[in-house]
Ligand binder design. Structure first.
Ligand code: ADP
Ligand code: MG
Length: 697
């Protein structure tokens, strides 16, 4: 039996159970099964008593008898089953909503059971809902006193595959004579870091004899996980640097020089200049650039993009800039046209909402080389968009683009273009180390001079009158105000209603003719959106009521107040982005976070973080710490990482160790020729095969 064997061949599994395991947990092979790690362990030797247990514990283990089943029909289709559980020191209630029949058949009133679950208080009675139970079989004192708990699903439980059943199957597998679990790390690495060997770690992670053993197994497996992730990224980066040729831009030409000397509206900051030099060095190197540009909101990334695009155009290539929203693409287009007016650059805008005929003629001009600089949204990656000579791609605010979308741009040309990915959401160090270890990195760590500090205030509905009075005062000084509503889902009726209600109440509190209000949201036609934006930009509207469509990139320096409604519904990085819309002009600026009175703990922590700092990196770190598993933003990012065991916040030291180790190894042996490294070379070859297979299918 090898790790590739299908689990249906395992004793006690069979085709039926195998197929549910596959469907529900993606467990198909023995390796998949072993990689389904327990998420918790229960020390069964630590049995509590009802009289002394602490109901704040995440779970308790109790030993006693189960009696007095009672069944309640709660609706036509649902039942509740309860029973009393007693261990001689007291009694509690057990509750089931599912599998009620199974429980009644399974439990014998005369037997003793070990039960396990989270105690809760309900009507002054302690209860445990859906406890795990198993017959008490006396003091077995076996190595299983430290019991693994596996995640399952309702469908699996219905087929009798609960955590305990999974543990049985894993045990069967590990007991197979002749089961070989190959080592995946080199011996020298294992020795140097005193890591547990793979086979032992696999046994210990499922059935540890002690907490120490479990910790050692976990450490070994986390290290391995992070090591291979680093290996994939760093290897692909190095082989790109060694093998993939890029266009060589050898001259700083007329366009760049004229623009820089005659048109630049301000002196570039030191950080902007440094970053341009870094990009320029890449463009000249003869290798393809893949660079990440990090810079906080308002640090002036757009000008870096523009100047470097001019360099590409000077060298006979086309450049394109991809933005996450149409509003932003439009804004870049307007600004660039204005700044480049009179210079010999042909600029075009390609967005989804153009008429088909307009799109067609832009695409033609693009393919014919009559456009030098193309700005657009996702529309740019459609297959029908073909360039004549694409040399440079800038992706603005990349967190809106998936890795795959980025990759599609790469492949548009026989010689891959240089790529600059700009992000305004500062990425926490560890995340950057893991997510972007395949990219070079530049940082703009300096804001343009004259930026006003932004004062952030938390307010609730009871303070609304005061808040509005403050808005009036700002407007009377000629300032402008953003009011933003969360629109989590543009098609959610409730969210749209919130926005429209909010707009109407703003109109009542800030009536015409004294006040003018713009409104922008995703459901508006592009023309209406552009019209409303324009009114605000030109200072005709005092107030802009909008959804988060303005979150990224919008630039109106005269706006000094950002009022965010239902701020508790936004994630930290979104709040930071929104706040970055103000504080750009001469005036002192404010961010007002309106929330309801009652906040969840994380909600409160987010608001407190926002009030405490404007430093994007600090906010990013806090964001990573506070993200719960239910958070969409968080899920997307950790989903990209695909980590089973390691946690990039808590395991930062392991992340660093793995990264350094891979770096050292690849510096000394970039092609992994050394016999010690043959496991890694095998891994890379295997990855490549997987990749080319997935391309075919
Ligand atoms: P972001 O990095 O968030 O994309 P932008 O490029 O939109 O920031 O720049 C924010 C604002 O700062 C814009 O109004 C831009 O014109 C201005 N700006 C950029 N660089 C400088 C500079 N060196 N000096 C003064 N203002 C600058
Ligand atoms: Mg920007």
């Amino acid at each position: 039996m090898t790790l590739d064997t299908e689990i249906s061949y395992l004793k006690g599994v069979g085709p039926q159970r195998a197929s549910v395991l596959g469907r529900e947990l993606n467990i198909f092979t023995c390796a998949d099964l072993l990689n389904h790690f327990p998420f918790r362990y229960v020390d069964r030797s630590r049995i509590s008593t009802i009289s002394s247990m602490d109901i704040r514990e995440p779970y308790v283990v109790l030993k006693g008898v189960i009696r007095n089943f009672q069944i309640f029909q709660t609706s036509k289709f649902s039942q509740r089953l309860t029973a009393r559980f007693t261990d001689g020191t007291g009694d509690i209630e057990l509750v089931w909503f599912q599998g009620t029949k199974w429980v009644q058949d399974y439990v014998k009133p005369t037997s003793e059971y070990i039960i396990l679950g989270k105690p809760t208080l309900y009507n002054n009675d302690v209860q445990i809902v859906h406890p795990e139970l198993e017959p008490y079989s006396g003091e077995d004192g076996s190595r299983h006193s430290y019991m693994p708990v596996y995640s399952t699903t309702e469908k699996l439980k219905a087929k009798g595959i609960n955590s305990k059943a999974i543990s049985k199957i894993v045990e069967t597998l590990l007991r197979q004579p002749g089961l070989v679990i190959p080592e995946t790390l080199s011996l020298s690495l294992i020795q140097r870091f005193s890591l547990m060997p793979k086979a032992m770690a696999m046994r210990c992670i499922h059935f540890p004899a002690s907490p120490t053993e479990m910790q050692q197994a976990l450490l070994r497996l986390k290290f391995e996980e992070l090591f291979f992730m680093q290996l994939d990224h760093q290897y692909s980066r190095i082989s790109r640097l060694r093998h993939s040729l890029g266009r060589t831009f050898s001259n700083v030409g007329n366009l760049f020089n004229r623009f820089y000397n005659e048109r630049l509206p301000f002196e570039m900051t030191g950080a902007q200049k440094r970053v341009i030099r870094e990009i320029w060095a890449d463009m000249r190197s003869g290798r393809q650039m893949n660079r990440l540009l990090q810079g906080d909101v308002g640090s002036g990334k757009t000008m870096v993009a523009l100047l470097t695009m001019l360099l590409a155009i000077d060298n006979g290539c086309q450049a394109c800039l991809m933005a996450p929203t149409e509003i932003l693409a439009q804004q870049h287009y307007d600004n660039f046209c204005r700044m480049l007016n009179g210079l010999d650059v042909r600029v075009a805008l390609l967005i989804g909402s153009l008429k088909a005929s307009q799109k067609r003629s832009i695409k033609q001009a693009l393919a014919g080389g009559e456009i030098d600089l193309l700005i657009g949204t996702h529309a740019l990656i459609e297959d029908s968009v073909q360039f004549h000579q694409l040399g440079y791609v800038v992706i603005d605010e990349q967190h809106r683009f998936g890795v795959e979308q980025r990759a599609r741009l790469w492949t548009k040309n026989p010689i891959p273009p240089h790529i600059l990915v700009m992000t305004a959401t500062p990425i926490p160090r560890t995340l950057a180390m893991t997510l972007y270890s395949d990219l070079e990195c530049s940082v703009i760590d300096e804001l343009p001079p004259g930026r006003q500090p932004i004062k952030t205030i938390h307010a609730t509905d009871s303070q609304r009158l005061k808040v509005f009075a403050f808005l009036r005062q700002q407007i009377s000084q000629g300032r402008q105000v953003y009011v933003v509503y969360p629109l989590i889902n543009e098609s959610e009726k409730q969210d749209i209603k919130d926005l429209m209600d909010g707009y109407e109440s703003m109109v009542r509190s800030f009536p015409l003719p004294e006040y003018q209000i713009s409104i922008v949201h995703g459901k508006l036609s592009p023309e209406a959106k552009a019209y409303e934006m324009d009114r605000f930009k030109r200072g005709i509207a005092n107030i802009m009521v909008s959804t988060t469509v303005i979150e990224v990139g919008v630039d109106v320096p005269n706006a000094t107040v950002m009022l965010i409604e239902n701020a508790e519904r936004f994630g930290l990085s979104q709040l930071h982005q929104l706040r970055g819309r103000v504080g750009r002009g001469g005036g002192a600026s404010y961010c007002i976070l309106m929330t309801k009175e009652q906040l969840t703990t994380t909600g409160r922590q987010r608001i407190e973080t926002m009030c405490a700092t404007t430093d994007g990196f600090q906010i990013a770190e806090a964001d990573l710490r506070l993200r719960g598993p239910g958070d969409i933003e968080g899920r997307e990012q950790s989903g990209m990482l695909n980590l089973r065991l390691a946690d990039i916040v808590d395991d930062e030291p392991i992340v660093c160790a793995a990264r350094d180790e891979v770096k050292r190894m690849l510096e000394a042996d970039p092609e992994l020729q050394h016999p010690d490294h043959s496991v890694y070379r095998q891994h890379i070859i295997h990855q490549k095969e997987k990749l080319s297979l997935s391309k075919i299918s």
